[in-house]
Design a protein around this ligand. Structure first.
Ligand SMILES: [Zn+2]
Length: 406
């Protein structure tokens, strides 16, 4: 690999590894982003050179990209290079590619960086899951993102790219229509509130049963990937879709991952069998012990993500824990809580945790949901069964850190 690098790139690669080794030694995390930044500053072409000659699947979208990336890695089998969680911008990609010389690479890509990463790494396949609002205080408006994706995918320089796109998300369809090769996927997509109006002409979209359209002609395209009962269909192939991960949204993630892997020559049945063994992703979906409680940890960062998780909570009278922070990494504005369909939790008793537990409690009060503000988590009664704990980003990290596997 290094034979293809220029002298400047070799120096940058050396610096990247040096910084990462130093920050690991100083216990400042894995150092992937710090080293990647230094490397790209010394040689902006480093990412492109490190990516050259490899088969890359890029995964982007507002929700599900970490899980779908993990499913692609598992489904591919063998040695696969991927970027560390939270390092889904070019610095993290450069660090991941510098760490190995594997031919097989799956990159999780922040949706705002998709065009840059596609231009630099020339992936074989880009998986586009969905687009919805995230972090209200950040600059990117979801329609601007769709417009930037569209420009990237319609660029003739990306003419060989195969796009695996969610046909049930109008914003993704609008973005992907300009691409040369698109595999449209008919997958469960619960959240359409961010696509009430047409991305092309702004008129109201018509949503039918498993269809959507606009009077301007933009409509759900014909699909080649779909779910039929327990099976996934990709073109003429059919295989059982049986996951350990919960929720319709993860069936959608796996369907799109399998479609991407089929494009790089992986057998559908084999990839799904390997994905079926994935039980947790970075602590998500796993059951952990804390202070006598057994907690089933679920992460969601925005209204669409929360709505998807709420649909997995069983309809009984069990306790549910919800933890909300509003740190920089969460977005400082928690008003998105009002866009989440917390009414789904009617019948449960909800314990409110996190720095913004009072905001959450107010929202639950409006939703008519029984709640308790957990000012002192140590005093929450211990249930016999494991409890669902839904948390946003930094709240999830806190609960992951304070709990242990069980
Ligand atoms: Zn329209």
């Amino acid at each position: 690999m290094s034979a293809a690098l220029s002298l400047r790139e070799r120096v940058a690669l050396f610096a990247l590894r040096l910084v990462n080794r130093a920050s690991r030694a100083l216990k400042r995390g894995s150092g992937t982003v710090a080293g990647g930044r230094v490397g790209l500053r010394l040689a902006p072409s480093l990412l492109a050179s490190l990516a050259r000659g490899r088969t890359i699947i890029a995964v982007s979208g507002t929700n599900g990209k970490t899980t779908t990336t993990a499913l692609c890695v598992a489904g591919w089998g063998g040695e696969v290079t991927t970027n560390a969680t939270g390092a889904n911008m070019p610095a993290g990609h450069a660090a991941a590619l510098a760490a190995t010389s594997n031919d097989r690479v799956v990159l999780e890509v922040d949706e705002a960086w998709l065009a840059d990463v596609v231009a630099a790494t020339r992936p074989a396949v880009a998986v586009l899951l969905n687009l919805s609002r995230d972090q209200l205080d950040r600059a990117n408006e979801v329609r601007q993102l769709a417009e930037r994706w569209r420009q990237c995918l319609g660029d003739p320089r990306n003419g060989d790219l195969v796009v695996v796109a969610n046909a049930n998300d109008p914003l993704v369809v609008y973005a992907a229509l300009g691409a040369n090769h698109v595999r449209w996927c008919d997958v469960p997509t619960g959240w359409t509130l961010d696509a009430r109006s047409c991305p092309r002409c702004t008129l109201a979209l018509h949503h039918g049963e498993n269809s959507w359209s606009c009077s301007c002609g933009l409509a759900k395209p014909a699909t080649t990937t779909s779910i039929d009962g327990d099976d996934l269909l990709v073109d003429a192939g059919r295989a059982e879709l049986a996951l350990a991960l919960p929720g319709q949204f993860n069936r959608a993630n796996a369907a799109m991952a399998a479609t991407a892997l089929a494009e790089v020559g992986v057998d559908l049945g084999e990839s799904l069998t390997r994905m079926g063994a994935v039980e947790g992703v970075e602590g998500r979906y796993t059951t952990r012990a804390w202070n006598g409680h057994h907690l089933h940890l679920l992460l969601a960062k925005n209204p669409a993500g929360f709505d998807a998780l709420l649909s997995t909570v069983s309809a009984d009278e069990s306790d549910v824990w919800v933890a909300i922070n509003a740190n920089v990494a969460d977005g400082r504005d928690p008003s998105w809580l009002y866009d989440v369909n917390f009414e789904r939790l009617a019948g449960h008793r909800v314990w409110c945790f996190g720095e913004r537990r009072l905001d959450l409690a107010t929202r639950l009060d409006y939703a008519g949901v029984n709640f308790v503000v957990a000012d002192d988590p140590l005093r929450v009664p211990i249930a016999s069964e494991s409890v669902e704990l839904l948390a946003n980003y930094t709240a999830f990290q806190e609960w992951l850190a304070r709990s242990v596997p069980c």
